[in-house]
Design a protein around this ligand. Structure first.
Ligand SMILES: Cc1ncc(C[n+]2csc(CCOP(=O)(O)OP(=O)(O)O)c2C)c(N)n1
Ligand code: SF4
Length: 313
């Protein structure tokens, strides 16, 4: 039998890695969940001198421990959903006073960031606390049974906005949380996703630096295969489709300067994304048009902030 040597390509963005993988081989995410890659990637770039501040959520058993120790080697603090950013404020200030070097990183779902923990997050941003807040956006409260959050998009079917004879999914659009956070005039805000790891790595590396100046917010599109109803091998394809359709543009705002970091020459129609996801499969033609209109409107606002430089060439 002939043995074929397999060339091992370095992972995208790996030049920014500060440490070995911090997680154990087996973790309690659903198989194929984008959250696992997200958490591992964040940890490798943040490095060992990091404390993760997490909340009840899909990431809690892995990040904060559940009945046992956490499944990683970094520091962790298991916090309430309401108090995550204020608890992180306490840790940040203690680190500063005691002269301890380290990254304080809140890592929560969109339910916490956009709803339940929004007040304390907004407060920490307004005070310009020197911390990093990473919201992994799976567009709903996944851990408690796929309820809608204010990050759930128009038309999506969830357990509290079901599709059926009398209801056609969520009737309102999502809160534009990264834009809201950028309006707090903080040190750095960016969006990222798992199909564009180079881009994400650059932003995480920048986040570490900018957190020395003040508050940093990263909003990461992070599909949930169970709640969004797609096959376990499609997570990265879903992320890519979100970028290609301008549903989830990749941008950053540094000291008030907005910039698209991955320009899309000819954005694809929204069906390229909705067609992959069971949570949208009931949508009528009119509802797809409404969703497309919301995507276009949001992108137009971003383009104005980028001073019309959002398209290539
Ligand atoms: C104040 C408060 N309200 C409700 C809950 C119940 N709860 C536990 S986990 C969870 C879902 C969290 O959703 P999200 O932050 O989006 O994370 P995900 O589950 O999607 O990872 C909720 C609502 C809670 N723990 N605290
Ligand atoms: S329910 Fe969704 S977000 Fe939670 S671990 Fe499973 S796939 Fe990931």
């Amino acid at each position: 039998m002939t043995m074929v040597a397999i060339e091992k390509k370095p992972q995208k963005g790996s030049e920014h890695f500060q440490c070995e993988d911090q997680f154990s081989g087996g973790v309690a995410f659903c198989a194929g969940c984008a959250l696992e890659l997200n958490a591992r990637f964040v940890a490798r770039i943040m490095g060992e001198k990091t404390i993760l501040v997490g909340t009840p959520s899909c990431s809690a058993p892995v990040l904060n421990g559940q009945n046992t120790a956490a499944w990683h080697k970094m520091g962790h603090y298991a916090c309430t959903m309401t108090g995550v950013a204020s608890s992180a404020t306490g840790i940040t200030r203690y680190y500063q006073r005691a002269g301890i070097e380290g990254n304080v990183v809140c890592f929560t779902g969109d339910g916490c960031a956009s709803d339940i923990g929004f007040q304390t997050m907004s407060g920490a941003a307004e005070r310009n606390e020197k911390m990093i807040y990473i919201c992994y956006d799976n567009e709903g409260y996944m851990n408690t049974g796929i309820q809608r959050s204010s990050a759930t998009p128009f038309g999506a079917s969830t357990s509290t906005t079901p599709s059926g004879a009398v209801s056609q999914g969520k009737t309102t659009g999502s809160k534009n949380l990264p834009m809201i956070m950028s309006m707090h005039d903080v040190a750095y805000v960016a969006t990222a996703t798992l199909s564009h790891l180079d881009d994400y790595a650059e932003k995480l590396a920048k986040a570490k630096e900018k957190a020395k100046e003040g508050f940093v917010y990263l909003h990461v599109f992070c599909p949930c295969l169970v709640g969004w109803k797609f096959n376990m091998d499609l997570s990265i394809q879903v992320c890519r489709a979100a970028v290609r359709t301008n549903y989830f543009p990749l941008w950053e705002s540094e000291n008030g300067q907005y910039r698209i970091t991955q320009k899309v020459a000819k954005p694809k129609p929204i069906e390229e994304l909705t067609g992959l996801l069971g949570k949208f499969k009931h949508l009528s033609e009119d509802n797809v048009k409404s969703l497309q209109a919301k995507v276009d409107k949001r992108f137009k606002t971003l383009d104005v902030l980028c001073k019309g430089s959002s398209y290539p060439g």
